[in-house]
Design a binder for this molecule. Structure first.
Ligand code: DAH
Length: 346
């Protein structure tokens, strides 16, 4: 047994990986030969059981030496195989680097950032708030009458709507941010509030239950309708080009008085009439008006001292008009063929 152990150790030490053809496979064969379940070393351990007790100490030590020698050799072989594989991977240093796939911003984020930037240039700061809102901030403080259809389950996703309890809903518009800001700050207030809104609508090319809005609010002493008009004209020209014209049509929103809707001259046909503007030469883009004195009052701002204007727009619609996107559903499907078309805009 002693001679066998010495012979194996000698063999192991003499084995060189250089001679292996298929290195990884032969290293494995080598391992099985010595350390496998039916390998040479376990064979010796079997025999070890039968030797006289007085020889056990010496043999045991020798056997362990053999085992360690085999393990060390295998470790050395494995390192060698690994290193040579790594070297192989880099053997052609002229190879082009692997192409790194870069993501890009979603077109809605791009447009939302652009709107915020345009308003930031005239002193508006970004305000953000919660997406789950209570009745006060969504409707009551904004002067919605108790029987307004927006308070109906058919239009709004309610989280809690129980008799005698505070109603809680997913916000249906970013106008709620106006209330949150006015409650907590003193005029002058100049904020822009981008965010996600939710409405109980069936999903189609023209409607979605989740979409985005940007709201703007300006409250100070002597803010007038002409301030609003000038801000709107500035915004339209920055967003859609210097040649853009605007027109205001009277409208109604509970929280503004007077209220208006703003159209821009069609940026596709330049106002001549096309199928995008349905032959009218104008595109409707946002709602606006002077903040209703009831709203200022509800938010703790004295309407006799201060006045303000507010406006709100849909981001999906802005992006549709700017990039001629025909179907709202495209924004949320994450189809790379769609998303990649906006890679070059930041
Ligand atoms: N909140 C309105 C909506 O969701 C949009 C809006 C209209 C916001 C007029 C305003 C405004 O601030 O003055 O349809």
């Amino acid at each position: 047994m002693k001679e066998k152990i010495a012979e194996y150790i000698k063999d192991i030490q003499a084995t060189s990986i250089e001679k292996f053809q298929d290195k990884a496979a032969e290293v494995e064969q080598f391992r099985i030969k010595y350390l496998g379940k039916k390998g040479l070393i376990s064979d010796l351990f079997e025999q070890f059981k039968t030797i006289p007790n007085e020889q056990k100490k010496e043999m045991g030590q020798a056997l362990n030496q053999l085992k360690v020698a085999a393990q060390n050799k295998i470790e050395e072989f494995k390192n060698f195989v690994e290193e040579s594989q790594e070297l192989n991977n880099y053997s052609d240093l002229t190879m082009p680097a692997e192409f790194a796939q870069l993501g890009s911003r979603h077109v809605l984020s791009v447009v939302m950032n652009e709107i915020c930037d345009i308003f930031a240039r005239i002193g508006f700061t970004v305000a953000e708030s919660v997406e789950i809102e209570d009745d006060w901030h969504l409707f009551s403080a904004l002067n919605f009458p108790p029987d307004h259809p927006a308070r109906d389950m058919q239009d709004t996703f309610f989280v809690e709507k129980e008799e005698g309890r505070q109603e809680v809903a997913l916000r249906t518009h970013t106008s709620s941010v106006q209330v949150r800001v006015m409650e907590h700050s003193k005029p002058p207030i100049r904020i822009i509030a981008p965010g996600r809104v939710f409405r109980n609508e069936a999903i189609s090319a023209r409607a979605h239950c989740i979409f985005h809005q940007v709201e703007a609010l300006y409250v100070d002493k002597k803010v007038s309708f002409s301030d609003l008009k000038q801000t709107l004209l500035y915004f339209a020209k920055e967003m859609f080009g210097e040649q853009t014209q605007i027109r205001l049509r009277p409208s109604y929103f509970p929280f503004t008085e007077p209220s208006a809707e703003m159209d821009i001259s069609c940026n596709i046909c330049g106002g001549k009439g096309c199928n995008i503007c349905k032959g009218t030469g104008w595109l409707e883009i946002l709602g606006c008006g002077m903040v209703d004195p009831n709203v200022l009052q509800a938010c703790g701002i004295d309407p006799n001292e201060y006045s303000g204007f507010a406006l709100g727009m849909g981001v999906e619609r802005m992006a549709m008009l700017k990039y001629q996107i025909r179907d709202l559903r495209l924004y949320f499907e994450n189809d790379l063929r769609f998303l990649k078309q906006f890679e070059s805009i930041i």
